[in-house]
Structure formats: C-alpha cells, structure tokens
Write a protein that binds this ligand. Structure first.
Ligand SMILES: Nc1ncnc2c1ncn2[C@@H]1O[C@H](COP(=O)(O)OP(=O)(O)OP(=O)(O)O)[C@@H](O)[C@H]1O
Length: 271
C-alpha cells in the first residue's frame, strides 16, 4: 500500500474565538492534485502554513512523509502567495531559482557547478523565463516574478508541492503553462499537490479532489461531489447555484452569500 505523503488527523485551528476548521482528516496521496477552495479568510493559507511548520495546530496532527528510501526529510516545494518583490532587489532571476536547489549536493567541483547551472537553465526554460532570468528580479513584472517562483519550487524536485494562488497575475497563456507544469510534476514524479485557489476552472481538468473551507466548516470530495448546489448551499448556509457550462463551473450566490462572486466564473477566453 502506498503511504500518503500528507497526513492530517483530527486537525483543529482556532484563533481566539474563531475556528478556521475542526476535525479535519485528510490524506493526500502520491500524485494527487488537491484544490483548496474557500472565501477570503477561510483558512486556506493557514493550512499551508501548518504543513510548512510555520503555524501550530490547536489540536490534532500533521505529518509529511517522503518516499525516498533512506531519507528522513520530505522535500517540500512552496509557491507563496504573491507579494511584489522589492524594486531594489538586485538578485538575478537565475540565483532566485537556484535557491530552490539548496539541500542538493553535487559537490563544489566543476562537474557539480555545471550540473547546477544546467538544472537552473532547465527550470528557467520550463517557465519560459529565459529572456529575463539573468536580470535583477526587483525590476520584473508581477507575473514574471511569479514564474521564477514556480521554477524555484519545482527545481527542488518536491515530493509535496504547496501552491498558494500560483496563477494570480499570470496571463492566460502562462496560467495554462504553469498549471501544465505542476500537473506534469505530479504525473512524472508522484508529487502530491495542494493548490490553493479562488478560481477552479483553469485547473479543473487536473483536480482529483477539492477541499472547500467556509466559516469553520469544510467538505472534501471530487469536484462533482463538492461543487454542486446542494453541497455549497449547505456549506454557505445560503442558497448557492452551481452551474456547469462547457466543462467549467460557475458559482452564483443569492443575497451576497458568497464573498467570492468572481470565483469560478466562466472565463470566455479559456477554450
Ligand atoms: N497568527 C494568526 N493570528 C490570528 N489570526 C490569524 C493568524 N493567522 C491567520 N489568522 C486569521 O485567520 C483567518 C484565515 O487566514 P488565511 O490567510 O488562512 O485565509 P485564506 O483562506 O488564505 O484567505 P485569502 O483567500 O484572503 O488569502 C484570517 O481571518 C486571518 O486574519
């Protein structure tokens, strides 16, 4: 039996009187693509912070389990929620991507350096950043910086990949390229993917299961099991209509039940 690389058991997270979730049991399997959805403040980023060891649970446990024989540490990749980098940041894009290689050892000899350079060039090319990766990252657009962050997370060959709104500020072509890259990683290397997003449509064809968080409650299941009018109305405790159109999901809430009217909307530009 394969061991789940992400194991969450009986997890509660509470801040003061506010419960983000309680009784969360979740195993993310090798190669599984889990979308984490929910309105602003529902605790999506907090879940990733728990998995990164940056946030303690109020109760329960989380475990990350690697599958490399004889290795104690699980390799975790993280694409943080986008914040513009300081304009004065003079670090080159290739150096930023290379930070993702820390922990890999090829020695300091010429062969090791050559291998390092080769890998960085491959990762930069995989996100189409060749034309700007040699320049200072502080001068790049938000989307260009984001593509370098994706390259940095993937170059470390993660066993678990935590993505916090990785498509934000990317144009449609790059949204598709980055989604495909993440999907390929899980197919080729069995990486477990946790993908926080407000917009499920760009990744809908990849998603195996959805974790949907609302006001301290959650549902876990396939997109069809969770993204339907009955389940989301229960979660939001209000009438919510979920309409499937042309392979995409459109969510509409009555009386402002949703704080995310724009979420999951039908984007005419995506074929
Ligand atoms: N350390 C903390 N102490 C107190 N409150 C916190 C702390 N960390 C997060 N919160 C609160 O928990 C809630 C959930 O935050 P989180 O960033 O996880 O939400 P989110 O679902 O990722 O939201 P968004 O969609 O806006 O990014 C927020 O109301 C936030 O203010």
């Amino acid at each position: 039996m394969t061991v789940a690389p992400v194991q969450i058991e009986g997890a509660d997270l509470t801040f003061g009187t506010r419960t983000l979730w309680s009784g969360l049991d979740l195993e993310v399997r090798p190669g599984e693509f889990l979308a984490v959805l929910g309105p602003n403040g529902s605790g999506k980023t907090s879940l990733l912070r728990v998995l990164l060891g940056l946030q303690e649970l109020t109760a329960g446990s989380v475990r990350l389990v690697g599958h490399r024989p004889g290795r104690a540490n699980t390799r975790v990749g993280y694409i943080p929620q986008q914040r513009a980098m300081d304009e004065a940041l003079t670090m080159r894009g290739t150096d930023l991507v290379g930070l993702g290689l820390d922990g890999h050892r090829w020695g300091t000899g010429l062969r090791g350096l050559g291998e390092r350079r080769r890998r960085i060039a491959g990762a930069v090319a995989s996100v189409g950043a060749e034309s700007y990766a040699k320049g200072p990252v502080g001068r790049l657009s938000g989307g260009e910086q984001q593509r370098l962050r994706v390259a940095q997370a993937l170059i470390g060959e993660p066993e678990v990949l935590l993505c916090d709104e990785p498509l934000l500020s990317l144009d449609l072509a790059h949204q598709r390229a980055v989604s495909e890259l993440i999907d390929r990683r899980r197919r080729e290397a069995d990486t477990a993917i946790l993908f926080v997003t407000h917009e499920i449509n760009p990744i809908l064809s990849y998603v195996d299961r959805v974790l949907y968080l609302v006001n301290g409650e959650f549902r876990i299941g396939t997109p069809d099991e969770v993204m339907n009018s009955r389940t989301l109305s229960e979660l939001y405790r209000a009438r919510v209509e979920v309409i499937h159109v042309g392979g995409q999901i459109h969510v509409a809430g009555a009386h402002g039940a949703l704080c995310e009217e724009e979420a999951h909307h039908l984007d005419e530009h995506v074929p």
